[in-house]
Design a protein around this ligand. Structure first.
Ligand SMILES: Nc1ncnc2c1ncn2[C@@H]1O[C@H](COP(=O)(O)OP(=O)(O)OP(=O)(O)O)[C@@H](O)[C@H]1O
Length: 346
């Protein structure tokens, strides 16, 4: 493997759809893209922006409208199917009809580019299959049939098959779509580690913005207009590109925490909040959701102090010099609801 060359390149690429009875529909054009060895790239964008279209085009499942895709230094269309299958594996979100195959039989199909359809697995093939099931934690249901799996389990099996294929390039379209949070985090961690340790180039599309921000070496942000922005996640956050790509009424991206927050109508009275750390953070969240403005102490209707008392959260609300203690935020909010009505009546 040549470390100085991208494993996949696209130049002046136009992606989209054309058919004989409909006008050509370009989704995005003039794309110059590179996937480098050892790097995890996350493709992000709103619904309908073109993520799946780009994935399918880069994998050779749908024709380009213009431009050239090069894989391992050769134009993709010059690669024989078996050569392409030795370079690139693809995991799509669509359900795979796998007949009555067991999990281990399906994962073993990943070795087909090396063995042929009827070829027996060598010891090395078997080791690769077992490794793929191990790292994806699918080994425990290796004897189950595909139709006996949950959507999330099936998704992990499809990743296992791609890993058994052992290609320098792996493309995954929404691989975390059916996974619960621990499994989503685990899959991102695994893909990041795989890229690092094996030198594979991995491109995945996802709606998991926060996980992508943490795990990706590079982000490709595709906008609804088809425009593409690329860069290191932190650069795209700091220069505002990330936020702009997902701009929508009703929420905003908080650069400090790296999360999207719902805009709450801050129509209520102002309260003063005193405290630090996660306790103050979550207290602030609850107050904002209830419409309170967290502001300066001079026009606040009360002061809320957050305290850690013997390892347990504690709140002291002071109003008109009267201090009241609370041990749950639910009780703090109930007391403030009453204050809200009092202040509205004034
Ligand atoms: N076969 C097709 N023929 C014509 N247009 C299509 C076809 N498939 C998808 N499109 C259109 O192409 C655009 C991009 O679709 P695509 O599925 O690539 O988006 P996406 O970013 O993957 O969306 P999502 O996040 O919802 O999965 C959409 O406007 C879609 O309606």
């Amino acid at each position: 493997m040549n470390e100085t060359l991208p494993l996949l390149s696209a130049r002046a690429l136009t992606i989209g759809y054309s058919s004989s009875n409909q006008p050509v529909t370009p989704i995005s054009h003039s794309l110059d893209l590179d996937l480098w060895p050892g790097k995890l790239v996350c493709l992000l964008g709103p619904n309908g922006a073109g993520k799946s279209t780009l994935m399918r085009t880069l994998a050779g499942l749908q024709p380009t409208l213009a431009g050239v895709i090069t894989i391992a230094g050769k134009p993709m269309q010059t690669l024989a199917p078996v050569e392409l299958a030795q370079q690139l594996s693809l995991v799509l979100t669509e359900r795979v009809e796998a007949g009555n195959l067991t999990v281990s039989e399906l994962v073993a199909l990943g070795r087909t580019p090396y063995t042929g359809w009827l070829g027996a697995l060598t010891q090395q093939d078997k080791e690769q299959v077992n490794w793929a099931m191990d790292v994806t934690e699918t080994v425990n249901f290796r004897q189950r049939r595909l139709h006996q799996l949950s959507d999330g389990e099936r998704q992990k099996v499809m990743l296992a098959r791609a890993l058994a294929q052992d290609t320098p390039l792996i493309l995954l379209d929404e691989p975390t779509a059916h996974l619960d949070l621990p499994n989503r985090v685990e899959m991102m961690r695994l893909l990041h580690q795989l890229a690092r340790q094996t030198g594979k180039a991995i491109l995945l599309s996802t709606h998991e913005l926060d996980l992508a921000l943490q795990a990706a070496d590079q982000l490709w942000l595709i906008r609804q207009t088809g425009e593409m922005n690329m860069g290191v996640p932190e650069d795209l956050v700091l220069n505002g590109t990330f936020e702009a790509a997902f701009a929508k009424n009703g929420f905003h991206f908080d650069r400090t925490t790296g999360t999207f927050a719902i805009h709450n109508e801050a129509s209520g009275p102002s309260v003063s909040l005193d405290g630090t750390g996660s306790l103050a953070f979550w207290t602030g969240r609850a107050l904002q959701r209830e419409g309170f403005v967290i502001g300066a102490s001079d026009n606040a209707i009360c002061l809320i102090e957050t305290l850690d008392v013997a390892g347990k959260p504690h709140w002291v609300v002071t109003r008109d010099k009267i201090r009241t203690d609370y041990t749950t935020l639910a009780d703090v909010l109930t007391s403030l609801q009453e204050l809200k009505h009092v202040s509205a009546d004034l």
